[in-house]
Design a binder for this molecule. Sequence first.
Ligand code: FAD
Ligand code: DHB
Length: 391
Amino acid sequence: MRRVQVCIIGAGPAGLLLGHLLRAEGVDCLVLDRQSPDYILGRIRAGVLETITVSLMERLGLDARLKAEGLWHDGFQLADGERLIRIDLADLTGSRVMVYGQTELTRDLMQAAEERGLEIEYGAREVALHGMEGDAPHVTWTDANGAQQRVDCRFIVGCDGFHGPSRKAIPANAGKGFERVYPFGWLGILADVPPCHHELIYASHERGFALASMRSETRSRYYIDVPAGEDVANWPDDRVWDELALRLGPEAAAGIARGPSIEKSIAPLRSFVFEPMRYGSLLLCGDAAHIVPPTGAKGLNLAASDVHYAAEALTAFFLRNCDDAVAAYSQKALSRVWKAERFSWSLTRLMHRDPSGGPFERRMQLAELDYIASSRAAQTAIAENYVGLPV
Ligand code: FAD
Ligand code: DHB
């Protein structure tokens, strides 16, 4: 019979980071994912890392490529359709963020797995969790060859995203979800053209939201909001570039270099928190437990802070025979999660045109942006949340 100390479900950033942190402490674990590595690396998602995420990679000694290729950003811009309002992260908080794609971070973690003795099994179908209410849970699945598999463990950690089986395995009376679904999604394009500005621009325009981001000095990532349920086929590249130029405002528009999109997709926007983040021998981390709308660039970074707390708790359990940190995990993680939810929700409300809102709501947004432009206190509140609250 196969046995490990921890079975991690999901090889996204949460599962891989946790696996490496536990392996570094000598904790024995197995990571299962239903997809292939190529499929996982094909998903274009987050682009902005907080220092907590960078420092976990440093601690693992997996920061060489991130340090060489990542771009430190000392600030970012808010736009109201006409002007740019700079949020000077470095001056306001003494901290900054790094632009480095989630895809690249995931690749670094995947590539180091073999050398660090982290076992990952891809193509695991019908993953099911059993016995989490006790202290001898197990996980079953069908492997890539169609054979039934089982692993026994002391803890299962659900890092399997919003749609994965872990959260769903918790009985309905043992937890509660809190949710807000937004009436718009983000249409994103990736293109091999230089960014229109050296910093990210989040724009709140009469016509809707736009974000100018980047992956490098030669690769740009842009987003606009579109109605929920919109078909990406309605958005040929030229229409996206035209809309971006209007929404980002004249200064940014002048810097836009157009080019063919190499990826284009629409992501729905949602706020969601599941409480508690532990059920017996099952811990939840990352998108399995919560979703934020992408406006504050918090999703991946929240996954990293959950993993930081979970690794601390599981290491204390296995190395020091102490279960207090496992008992405290959910409360500790949720206290940071709710603050990131609040920030992402409030920035989403400030920057997007809700179809049910009218001219009054638009005036409120413009007044708030004007206030932010004139108040160091307001800028500091945004900057503190954007660089990431303390762990
Ligand atoms: P995931 O990355 O979703 O990984 C879950 C893993 O579980 C996957 O590999 C999946 O294959 C696996 N899995 C699922 N079901 C099963 C199953 N049944 N069996 C086995 N395995 C399973 N966040 C930021 O911090 N900054 C940003 O700038 C940002 N921008 C974003 C932009 C977009 C367009 C999107 C969509 C998201 C963005 N996010 C951002 C959010 C961020 O991408 C997620 O929060 C992050 O991927 C969460 O990591 P995770 O490991 O928890 O989940
Ligand atoms: C990116 C995504 C975000 O959600 C965000 O807030 C900033 C940047 C990006 O993909 O580059």
